[in-house]
Write a protein that binds this ligand. Structure first.
Ligand code: 13P
Length: 256
């Protein structure tokens, strides 16, 4: 089977003021001018979305939010709606990042509502799953990932495989400099794809993109992205630097 079109995302987390984000975006605009073979998304902090959109709106780089609320609007201090994200230029939104789950206590039930809302609004959710080191050492990786998918994607029927992206981000690999080996990642990706096949049918699951995230760098990107079931990367630290992010995207192009 032909490799799925890769989707490479930069998750800027709580880094970069609007001014700093604009500077990085200008650099990306120049460096990514010839990128055609892969999809590229950047997810800046909410305060920088407008500034980044202004610079990247006519380029191949798409914009994503890092989180959303499931309601249309309301008295939800500190939250951001799908409509707000779309109006700011977003077409993607990260749902259930491990930092939302583990630092802010987000649970499967709420993440399910968020994923449903994103899909209803035509935003592409990047739905994140992944086990902790403790889970892995206890041999519970598949059980944990299955439960996150089962609960987080409950009631969701996907007809268009391009309407959602799943990201496998082992918690022990995020921001640690220790990436999953290509084989470790590939094994979990294959497991995820099989599970998605049970949910949505094999034909759809074969087309859904599954990103790997966790210490992706220019040095390890090509080998990770070359794995059969790895269809992109969700990059944290290395995406903050335009040279490094562009190098990861080039690695993606070279395996496409
Ligand atoms: P790092 O690339 O910094 O490990 O972060 C990964 C991540 O959390 C992307 O969402």
């Amino acid at each position: 089977m032909a490799k799925r079109r890769l989707v490479i995302g930069g998750n800027w987390k709580m880094y970069k003021t609007p001014t700093e984000a604009a500077t990085t975006s200008k650099a990306l605009k120049v460096k990514l001018i010839n990128v055609e073979a892969v999809d590229v998304v950047v997810c800046p902090p909410a305060t920088a979305l407008l500034a980044v959109n202004q610079i990247l709106k006519d380029t191949v780089v798409k914009l994503g939010g890092q989180n959303l609320h499931w309601a249309d609007e309301g008295a939800f201090t500190g939250e951001i709606s799908a409509k707000m994200l779309k109006d700011a230029g977003c077409s993607y939104v990260i749902v259930g990042h491990s930092e939302r789950r583990h630092v802010f206590g987000e649970r499967d039930e709420g993440l399910n509502k968020k994923a449903i809302k994103a899909l209803q609004e035509g935003l592409i959710p990047i739905f994140c799953v992944g086990e902790t080191l403790d889970d892995r050492e206890r041999g519970r990786t598949e059980a944990v990932v299955r439960e996150q998918l089962q609960n987080g994607l409950a009631g969701i029927v996907v007809d268009d495989p391009g309407s959602i992206v799943v990201a496998y981000e082992p918690v022990w690999a995020i921001g640690t400099g220790v990436n999953a080996t290509p084989q470790q990642a590939e094994d979990v990706h294959a497991f995820i794809r099989e599970f998605l096949g049970q949910l949505w049918g094999k034909a759809t699951a074969d087309q859904v993109r599954i990103q790997y995230g966790g210490s992706v760098k220019p040095q390890n990107a090509e080998e990770l992205l070359g794995q059969e079931n790895i269809d992109g990367a969700l990059v944290g630290g290395a995406s903050l630097n335009a040279d490094d992010f562009a190098a990861i995207i080039k690695a993606g192009q070279s395996v496409s």
